[in-house]
Design a protein. Structure first.
Length: 518
């Protein structure tokens, strides 16, 4: 895998081990070869606050100074901990986001292994516990060799101390810290080759996505990094509940701060998805993928290098799903001249067998997605009557078929209506309007049953929407009550009773019919 300057995000590499194992030699080799084209920060201290040690000064007697008392040690430990956090987020993180690489010689883990070097009198276990709370290097190279070999090169530490440090690295380093033990007894060229190979593997792992809501349940597969792509990838999910909206905004905030890079890596989306979408992903771009409620069907959001949404792909691996996509592409073409502003159809970019690629929509989240705006109701009525040749009332017209809160996206220039698989020219009056209200009632619990039935009688915002729809569809508003009963009875046939949503929709329709009879 060749790394290029086009890769936007950098990494933090830490090289550790006792003096004499060749840390400087390895770092010099990496900087001269594999990392030579990157903006580089080579440091020993992550933090920003003043330190007593002069940077770059060789330490020939690391344990010559006596350790501090317990109280002073804890005070210094707290000082360094806070300094480390501040330096990581204020100094390192901005540099990394711009594509820079940080090479850290020693760092927190080295202090945990050899606290006496830093004049600390604290338990090693405490140092490692605190280290788990800090941001971690993307890869830790631990150079090790037999104590006698290291002792021959530099006589700074005793054989017993060298053996102790080697054991601590093996026994106490947290599994969350990605690391590689390198045999410092080998020739420097072989050590460098192993390190370079590991860096390639780290880059591959760094590009691995995360699974949401959990690693074992990949409903959504989102990029881990850079933060711009992680944040943009969350647009694969359109929140329509208060809970979903809050969670979505919190996730976006976490992604913006780079926290997705700290989450467990997922296995990635279905290989079929990546194979079909790959030709449409721009160079340096990536994808976020959502699994739908139908087996073998997915939605992929394609992002460019900067984290901008480029396109949305709907994919299907089964014949039924592929037929649905062909039908949707045909319906978008058929009904494109019947829909009026502020409603718009998505623009089809490509239509292939098993794939429908559409232009991405920059949508805005809404708190009350279940509430139908009056101007949308007017446009929906005009759409229904759009196939008429004259002004006479008809009992059939154009319908979307699945007009629901989650298929209506608000953009800066209007409203984009998605999912045209069920669109038809011989739909019945008020169908789309009632479907929007009843699906919201059944699955979002808004509007309430009382509010919905009151609206059918002409009251409130629902009554206003019915009158707006009826006026533009050239229908009598009084007919809404009769057609509402018709919708409740006949829409039950289109529900999938094998799913939770289908069963909830059935219960809601039966309850509403019972209320109408009472």
């Amino acid at each position: 895998m060749n790394m290029s300057r086009k890769e936007r995000s950098g990494l933090v590499l830490s090289v550790v081990g006792p003096d004499g194992v060749g840390k400087s030699t390895l770092i010099d080799g990496l900087l001269a070869k594999r990392l030579s084209t990157y903006p580089m920060m080579r440091i020993r201290n992550v933090g920003m606050l003043p330190r007593r040690t002069v940077p770059g000064t060789p330490v020939t007697e690391p344990h010559k100074d006596p350790v501090y008392s317990t109280i002073l040690s804890l005070a210094k430990l707290g000082y360094v901990f806070i300094d480390y956090l501040g330096g990581w987020f204020l100094r390192l993180r901005p540099f990394i986001r711009k594509g820079g690489w940080v090479v850290l010689e020693r760092g927190w883990w080295d202090m945990a292994v050899d606290p006496a070097r830093y004049r600390l009198k604290v338990p090693v276990r405490l140092m490692f516990v605190l280290g788990k709370l800090l941001p971690k290097p993307d890869i830790l190279f631990i150079l090790e060799a037999p104590a006698s070999t290291v002792r021959e090169r530099k006589q700074e530490l005793s054989l017993e101390e060298l053996d102790r440090q080697m054991r601590v690295w093996r026994d106490h380093l947290p599994s969350q810290q990605r690391h590689l033990f390198l045999d410092a007894g080998l020739p420097a060229s072989e050590v460098l080759a192993s390190a370079e190979h590991s860096l390639d593997h780290v880059r591959e792992l760094d590009n691995a996505p995360i699974n949401l809501p959990s690693s074992s349940n990949a409903r959504w597969v989102i990029p881990r990094s850079p933060s711009s792509n992680a944040k943009a990838g969350l647009h694969i999910y359109h929140p329509v509940t208060v809970r979903g909206l809050v969670g979505w905004h919190l996730a976006r905030a976490a992604a913006s701060m780079g926290l997705f890079a700290l989450m467990p890596r997922g296995d990635g989306p279905d290989p079929m998805v990546m194979e079909r979408v790959a030709p449409h992903v721009p160079e340096g771009g990536t994808t976020a993928v959502a699994r739908t409620n139908h087996p073998g069907r997915f939605v992929a959001l394609i992002l460019d290098r900067e984290g901008h949404s480029v396109a949305v792909a709907k994919l299907a691996s089964d014949e039924l799903g592929r037929g649905k996509l062909r039908g949707e592409a045909a319906n978008i073409d058929l009904f494109s001249d019947r829909l009026s502003l502020p409603l718009k159809l998505p623009r089809v970019v490509a239509s292939e067998d098993g794939l429908l690629l559409m232009e991405a929509v920059e949508w805005q989240s809404r708190l009350r997605s279940w509430r139908l705006p009056k101007d949308v109701a007017l446009a929906l009525g005009r759409f229904y009557s759009g196939c008429r040749e004259d002004g006479s009332p008809l009992n059939s017209g154009s319908t979307h078929g699945d007009f629901a809160p989650w298929n209506l996206l608000k953009s800066k220039s209007g409203w984009v209506l998605l999912d045209w698989e069920e669109a038809r020219s011989d739909g019945v009056p008020f169908w789309d309007l009632f479907h929007f209200l009843v699906q919201g009632h059944a699955l979002l619990r808004r509007p309430t049953a009382g509010g919905l039935l009151s609206g059918i009688d002409g009251r409130g915002w629902i009554g206003e929407g019915i009158r707006a729809y009826a006026s533009s569809a050239r229908l009598a508003p009084e007919a809404a009550s009769r057609w509402f009963r018709f919708y409740l009875e006949h829409s039950q046939r289109e529900l999938d009773y094998q799913t939770d949503d289908g069963r909830a929709g059935l219960r809601a329709r039966r309850a509403l019919l019972e209320d109408l009879r009472s």
